[in-house]
Ligand binder design. Structure first.
Ligand code: FAD
Ligand code: EPU
Length: 339
């Protein structure tokens, strides 16, 4: 059954930046039928709505006039199993970390490096969530959704999702065109351990335990908890910007001026630059103006110390973009969805 909130509903608790804005109505849906009901209703404006998961990658800069559909479809269902893999169909409204926990408890491998990423399963394919050497694209089989225009069920196989670093078809051609209802993942019964990220092995060695799915999961949780601010304590959306990817030629000219620039080679011969390092080197780390600021341990994370408005955070992000552009001739692109 669709659950409808009162008019002028306050969204402060529905976005991890903790921005105090309102929406017209928030419609909580927990089945495909609920979504059909919303889309078929006369009150629903197909040009003015927003789909919300856990609100951990959204910056509200104003009240939202239209309806918000909060996807709360639950369920973790094993749909196929063989000697090596299981396929699992997960409701978009399941909490991402709960799914990782479920997987690790069952000794399945594939998403343990993505522990503790806030938000819901339905949003995971949208920016192809990634962390500590892993990306969710490597375990997604297909994404199930409802098309808003024709109100029908659709399925997108992995190869049709155009997954890239923090990107997918759902941020482009299918933006605001579909509501993701389920994601089907393939998880490995055999350990498929990924310790490529600097720091995971060190953390496991410190704890004097074997390298297993569980010890990687624990190491990632430990590293994340030390580095990233907890949104329950201080409002934030994780990295505000993407790490820029530039050509080798451009990189070589920047490196001449800034030999210490932190960078990584990508598989296709380009160079990914640590945006946090550039922002820090422009002097922003720990900066605060009113209640908007740059986190003092991680300069890629913009924070709301309490009463910042979305516009104050947005203005700060623009200042950061300007100064990074001036110093390095690189334009940072926000990862966070600005509404
Ligand atoms: P929301 O913020 O609710 O929505 C994000 C976007 O997806 C919006 O445009 C929304 O309209 C759309 N959307 C949501 N659900 C659906 C749906 N069912 N159908 C269609 N569209 C939908 N991200 C990483 O990749 N790696 C990290 O390591 C990481 N660390 C983080 C750490 C912190 C402390 C925080 C606060 C965030 C971090 N993030 C990270 C960002 C965030 O957790 C992810 O982007 C997450 O997938 C967002 O999920 P959500 O449910 O909160 O999405
Ligand atoms: N660094 C600085 N200054 C800082 C912070 C970091 O110079 O203030 C340096 C670090 O020393 C390191 C490099 O920058 O050499 C990269 O830092 P880190 O490993 O912390 O990762 P990141 O590039 O800042 C990315 C993701 C995170 C993800 C981590 C771990 C993006 C935009 N961000 O951050 O994802 O958790 O790697 O894999 O790709 C998110 O997307 O919201 C997010 C938190």
């Amino acid at each position: 059954m669709v659950k409808k909130t009162e008019a002028n509903y306050c969204l402060k608790k529905n976005n991890t930046f903790g921005i105090n804005v309102k929406c017209n109505t928030l419609l909580r849906v927990n089945s495909e039928n609920d979504i059909f009901q919303v889309l078929n209703s006369n009150n629903f404006n197909k040009d003015d709505f927003l789909i919300l998961g856990g609100g951990s990658n959204i910056l509200f800069t104003k009240n939202f006039d239209g309806s918000i559909i909060k996807n709360e479809i639950k369920g973790i269902e094993i749909i196929q199993e063989c000697e090596e893999y299981i396929s699992v169909k997960v409701g978009a409204g399941e909490n991402w970390h709960d799914l990782v926990l479920w997987s690790v408890k069952k000794n399945l491998s594939g998403i343990e490096n993505l522990a503790l990423i806030p938000g819901n399963v339905g949003a995971a394919p949208i920016q192809n969530i990634g962390a500590y050497g892993a990306e969710v694209k490597d375990v997604i089989v297909k994404v199930c959704a409802i098309s808003i225009k024709d109100i029908t069920l659709k399925q997108y196989l992995n190869k049709h999702c155009n997954f890239e670093y923090r990107d997918s078809i759902f941020k482009h051609q299918l933006k605001n065109k579909v509501i993701i209802t389920h994601v089907i993942f393939q998880l490995s019964k055999k350990p498929n351990l990924n310790t490529t990220y600097n720091g995971i092995i060190e953390e496991i060695e410190k704890q004097n335990v074997e390298i297993t799915t569980k010890s990687i999961f624990n190491a990632v949780i430990k590293i994340r908890s030390e580095k990233l601010p907890d949104p329950k304590v201080i409002g934030n959306c994780g990295s505000f910007f993407k790490n820029p990817i530039i050509s080798l030629k451009k990189f070589e000219s920047i490196e001449k001026k800034f030999p210490e620039i932190i960078n990584y080679k990508t598989k296709d011969g380009k160079i990914k630059i640590a945006a946090a390092w550039m922002i820090e080197s422009c002097g922003w780390k720990g900066y605060r103006s009113g209640d908007a600021g740059v986190h003092s341990n991680q300069s890629l994370v913009l924070v709301n110390y309490g009463r910042s408005t979305g516009n104050e955070i947005l203005e700060l992000s623009k200042e950061i973009i300007k100064s990074v552009k001036q110093k390095f001739d690189i334009t940072l692109i926000p990862e966070v969805n600005i509404i």
